[in-house]
Design a protein. Structure first.
Length: 447
């Protein structure tokens, strides 16, 4: 225990953190931006009766609305200006990524470097505006048809309410997207991921409090609460283990002569992550399922009709929902891995630099071998993501957990935490190296 604490203290190095002024500015900017985001999740939409909305969410807290509410950080349950959160942006990113695989012009833009990336990002913004407008209008129509025990949800329904709701929700989504970009460029970590992370973490205290309250009343046994805690800890350990796991392919470089000098051969490794796609597949799968599920949930009416049947079949924990969820995770695991890693380009780069895999001929054979290894790793990664995301869904639906226990949320929290800590450590190490360089220069001048 002591050695682990010493290793952690040596990695963080609080003394260096106190002297790293640039890092502190970035951290304070992230904190300030996230506070602004959290304030926005408490500004309600005009024309919505929040008391009626609260009653309806209490009845559906463990279903579709509860899952959507988790991603929005509670903004949906309060129907605030940030109720759509970053879901339209994620959906637009999915569409653009899919189009880069079928459109030659977008594929060419992707290869143009920074300029092409900015152009694709601009197209993603346009798609976000379009999708946010469509979803905002759909939510406005759905809100008008909802009625609680205390009366209708919308106080003055009509065209003005629909347009104002659509504009407000679209503006809220665009502001969150802009805020995320500012966090990425001027803060620490990925801005969009940190915003989602903040929304999930912000709902944890109330979820834990409601669970412990049920345990105090006897509605939920102490053994079951203990089982939930153990499951969460086991999933976190499993996620950390898989996310850190790598398959290292040995790369050898032959001896080469440059001028009159003979350089010895060198060995290196090509690291392939067990889960190359990260948290993208479950986020994409959730965003694709959430929209039709939410629309169906808003329009179930008196519990009869087509929409009611769709909402029942697509409820979390149902076989159709689980099947679609797993299928989407598997699809996006393979798709996103093919987007972020190209075996052909890697094989060509190795051949150009004189590197080769022992026992494998350079060129086409190397490409096929890397693709074979990557495919096997992706199968394992897709199975891992499916287990992590589906197991809590089955537990939640089978044992009536009073909040949405999602494997996707655990994946996001753990991965964002690891990435953010890694970036903070990189800044600290860079600051340490700068201090060492300055000290060495001062010693050189004294001599």
């Amino acid at each position: 225990m002591t050695s682990a604490a010493e290793r952690l203290a040596s990695n963080i190095n609080l003394g260096v953190l106190g002297r790293a002024t640039e890092l502190k500015k970035r951290l304070w900017f992230v904190v300030g931006a996230l506070i602004v985001y959290r304030i926005g999740t408490y500004i309600p939409l005009p024309g919505v009766d929040t008391h009626v909305l609260g009653e309806m969410f209490k009845q559906n807290s463990g279903g579709v609305l509860g899952m959507f509410n988790m991603f929005t950080g509670g903004a949906l349950s309060r129907m605030t200006i940030f109720a759509l959160a970053v879901m339209p942006y994620i959906s637009a990113s999915i569409i653009i990524q899919l189009m880069t695989s079928v459109s030659d012009s977008l594929a060419a833009l992707k290869k143009e470097g920074e300029a092409g990336r900015r152009k694709i990002q601009q197209y993603t913004r346009y798609g976000t505006v379009l999708l946010a407008g469509i979803q905002g209008f759909g939510i406005a129509v759905g809100l008008e048809s909802m009625t609680g025990a205390s009366g209708p949800l919308v106080m003055e329904p009509g065209l003005f309410f629909r347009i104002s709701t659509m504009v407000t929700l679209t503006g809220g989504t665009m502001f969150i997207m802009w805020l995320g970009e500012q966090i990425t460029s001027r803060g620490i970590g990925n801005g969009i991921s940190l915003i989602i992370f903040t929304g999930i973490v912000a709902e944890l205290p109330s979820a834990l409090a409601s669970t412990f309250e049920l345990g105090r009343r006897g509605a939920m046994s102490t053994e079951f609460i203990f089982l939930l805690v153990l499951l969460a800890l086991a999933l976190i350990a499993f996620i950390v283990f898989i996310e850190r796991a790598q398959r290292r392919i040995l790369i050898q470089y032959p001896k080469r002569q440059v001028g009159n000098k003979l350089y010895a051969g060198d060995n290196s490794h090509l690291p392939l992550k067990m889960n190359s796609s990260g948290v993208i597949p479950p986020i994409f799968a959730s965003s694709l399922l959430l929209f039709p599920m939410t629309i169906a949930g808003f329009n179930v009416g008196d519990g009869t009709g087509v929409m009611a049947q769709v909402a029942a079949y697509l409820a979390p924990g149902q076989p159709l929902y689980l099947g679609l969820y797993v299928s989407a995770i598997i699809f996006f695991s393979f798709f996103y891995t093919s987007v972020v890693f190209n075996p052909k380009d890697t094989a060509e780069m190795l051949k150009k630099n004189g590197g080769f895999i022992p026992g494998i001929r350079p060129g086409q054979n190397t490409q096929e071998y890397i693709d074979f290894v990557l495919t096997r790793l992706t199968v394992i990664g897709a199975a891992y993501l499916s287990i992590v995301c589906v197991a809590p869904e089955i537990l939640t639906s089978s044992y009536s957990v009073p909040f949405h226990l999602g494997g996707t949320s655990l994946l996001i929290v753990v991965n964002v935490t690891m990435d953010t800590v890694t970036q903070i450590q990189s800044h600290l190490f860079a600051h340490q190296y700068e201090g060492l360089i300055r000290k060495s220069r001062l010693k050189g001048r004294k001599r």
